[in-house]
Every structure is written in structure tokens, then in C-alpha cells.
Design a protein around this ligand. Sequence first.
Ligand code: URA
Length: 198
Amino acid sequence: MNKLEEMKRIRDEVTVLNGTLADLRRTNGTFPVLGEGSHDAEILFVGEAPGKNEATTGRPFCGAAGKILTELVGSIGIEREEVYITNIVKDRPPENRDPFPDEIALYGPFLERQIKIIQPRVIATLGRFSMDYVMRMFGLEFEIEPISRAHGKAYKTETPSGTSLYVVPLYHPAASIYNRTLRETLDEDVKVLLTCLI
Ligand code: URA
């Protein structure tokens, strides 16, 4: 199966998933948000869960936080289309509440399959849920710190197939919408992604 077919299979499985968020999505007539971008991306961004705009369009990070993410990617000379952008949770939690642990456990394996398909060199996590999940996934659980300390650090690890991978925790772009200082921190931290590709 090629990458596109594998991605489509994931989409098909998420579409018919059983669970509160998937049921809610079918009731509301909205969409699951699988991810978008290059299946050969060197950088993979992992957010938390879709918001209202995302569930309405089926596209990740297409609202206010998405605008910031697009600017951040552009600021290091990369087009949004060259990276891959997804979330841990593929369906929108109601009222944009934090995802519950059982929801992260339900959707997380789909993210893991996407990571295996794309095989990025760097995973930039957006926010603490994504940082926690991805660091645990790659055996970095003993290095997990509060995001106020971990942001902008590059954690080197290995994939199960033996290739090297960096995990770079970033603040969630949504947190920087009304916080100028945090936005400046994000502008600095995103540059770390380039150093991981050298
Ligand atoms: N916030 C997220 O974590 N993901 C999105 O896709 C949009 C907003």
C-alpha cells in the first residue's frame, strides 16, 4: 500500500469510529480532521484537537491559531504545504474543552500510524497534550518537564526503525493570540526546527 492509500485507510477508520466525539460529529454534520500537507514532510506539527473552524471544514489549523501557525512556518522559509499538520484527537471536543484521557487513548494510535507513514525528521508538538503524548511515544517520558521549561528544546530520540528524530515542544499558537510575549517566544522557538534539519 502506498502512503496515500494508507492515509485514506486511516481516514476511513476514523470516519466510522465509535465514541462520543465521533457520534457528536455525525449528529452535527461536521467533519473529522485527519491532517494536511506533504506525506514526505521533514517536519510534522501535532496540535491538540480540531476547533470549530476545523470541524466545519475538515482542515487542521484553519482559524486564528492556524493563521499564526502558517506565519511561524513561513518565518523559517518553509511553505505550509511542505510540512504536515495534524492533531492527536481527530474530532472536535464540544465547547473546545481539553480532550479527555480516554479520547487521547482512542485517537492517539491514528497519529502513531501517521507518523510511521510520514517518517518526519522533526516533530513539533503544539501545547502540552501533544508534547506529553509524543514524548511518551518515543521513550522520552523521563525528560518531560512543564511546557514553560520544555518549549524550544530539541529532544533527540530514535524511531523503532532506528532513524534519528527530534521532538521540539512549542507553545500552542492559540495561547499566543492575545499574548505578545508568548508570540515572541514562539517566533524564537520555531527557528530551532531548522537547526534539527542540518
Ligand atoms: N487547535 C488545535 O490544536 N488544532 C487545530 O487543528 C486547531 C486549533
